[in-house]
Write a protein that binds this ligand. Structure first.
Ligand SMILES: [Zn+2]
Length: 379
């Protein structure tokens, strides 16, 4: 099969399209002919190096978010599917207890095993989900990591409820776009922040009603202005220290802050007195588990969300996709599994550019590129 690998760390030029042996699926696995793969933040970080996930090894085929068609024999042959990239062992105590997000033997497609920048991918059948008619491979490939992560943080851990106000940082990122879409569809009022007027205008373009430029506006005051002086019920953060204090200032009494990323660092200082006097709740959102991913998908298929591809690249042009998204990579961003591992969902098409082309709340303006197989393959 054709695949894109890097045998060393470095600039996008380390990505090379090569021929590799076809993967051989194990007894509980299916073979998927990859039709589209999104470019994920982890792809860039691990290409730049060092490898971040336990078990990462060179040469490496990136690509966490994958959609395609099952081509191995069996009852599911020909099924259009999307892959949940998080593959717990299924045998340890945590997995058997249904808490597999903490599995110590977790493997991640495109993270510490072969990813989707390839014509073929072998994955456990349990983690391969059918795509409904009318959903393109490109859309399906754009959703697993960002919607799974946003769902876990907002809904499962953050407990977002209809009628609440949620403050979402990081306008323009795939994760923030997913979070904004989920929150709006659950009946919450959405406020999105960024330090980039361009990213804010793109969020406005997809229908986000309330936008704050945190470089020119006082975040706490701006949020209170938008909430009748009350403050936000929930802050959704994957930025980290850069906005931590201001996020707390924007919360209402007994407000919650859920965090699932740390692109600006790993440590903050907390005024304990302020936090307990105001009844603030801080919530760390771990990665989603297998069952929760299934619940998210079931909801997603009927919710009308839609990731938007910024640009489309053939498999052989993966390096160009990485170059396109490079400005969004912060220097030496720390990253662990399940934490801020996303860059906008970008995929597919025919090497065309689609920017913000979907209707209001139909998707997110994203940046960067993704890769897609040029040639369909059947076997
Ligand atoms: Zn396990």
């Amino acid at each position: 099969m054709r695949a894109v690998v890097h045998t060393s760390h470095g600039e996008p030029s380390v990505l090379r399209a090569v021929s590799l042996p076809d993967p051989v699926p194990g007894p509980s696995e299916v073979l998927v002919a990859v039709r589209a793969a999104a470019l994920n933040r982890l792809d860039l970080l691990q290409r730049r190096g060092p490898g971040l996930l336990p078990g990462f090894a060179l040469p490496h085929v990136p690509g966490m978010d994958v959609a395609g068609e099952i081509v191995s024999p069996g009852p599911r042959h020909g099924e259009r599917v999307v892959v949940n990239p998080a593959l717990p062992c299924g045998r340890c105590e945590l997995c058997l207890a249904g808490d597999d997000t903490f599995c110590g033997a977790m493997r991640i497609v495109g993270g510490n095993r072969q990813g989707g920048y390839a014509e073929l991918l072998a994955v456990p059948a349990l983690h391969v989900h059918p795509i409904p008619d009318g959903v393109s491979y490109e859309e399906a490939a754009g959703l697993p990591t960002v919607y799974g992560t946003a769902w876990q943080a907002l809904v499962v851990r953050g407990g977002l409820r209809r009628g609440e106000t949620v403050l979402i940082h990081g306008a323009g990122s795939g994760l923030s776009i997913a979070a904004a879409q989920i929150a709006a569809r659950l009946g919450a009022t959405v406020i999105v922040t960024s330090g980039s007027p361009d990213k804010l205008s793109r969020m406005a373009g997809i229908g986000v009603p309330h936008l704050i430029d945190h470089r020119t506006q006082d975040l706490g005051s701006a949020v209170r202005d938008l909430t009748g002086g009350r403050g936000a019920d929930l802050v959704f953060d994957h930025v980290g220290p850069a906005l931590f204090d201001r996020s707390l200032a924007a919360l209402r009494l007994r407000g919650r802050m859920v965090f699932c990323g740390n692109t600006t660092g790993t440590h903050v200082s907390l005024d304990l007195v302020d936090a307990f006097r105001r009844g603030i709740t801080l919530i760390g959102a771990e990665s989603y588990g297998t069952a929760e991913f299934g619940r998210m998908l079931s909801w997603y298929w009927t919710a009308g969300c839609k990731p938007v591809a910024d640009s489309v690249h053939g498999l052989d042009d993966a390096a160009q996709a990485h170059i396109r998204i490079r400005p969004h990579l912060t220097p030496r961003s720390p990253l662990t599994r399940g934490v801020s591992r996303t860059i906008p969902p970008n995929v597919a098409g025919n090497a065309t550019t689609q920017r913000g082309s979907s209707p209001a709340w139909g998707g997110g303006a994203t940046s960067g590129g993704g890769v897609r197989r040029r040639r369909r393959r059947t076997r």
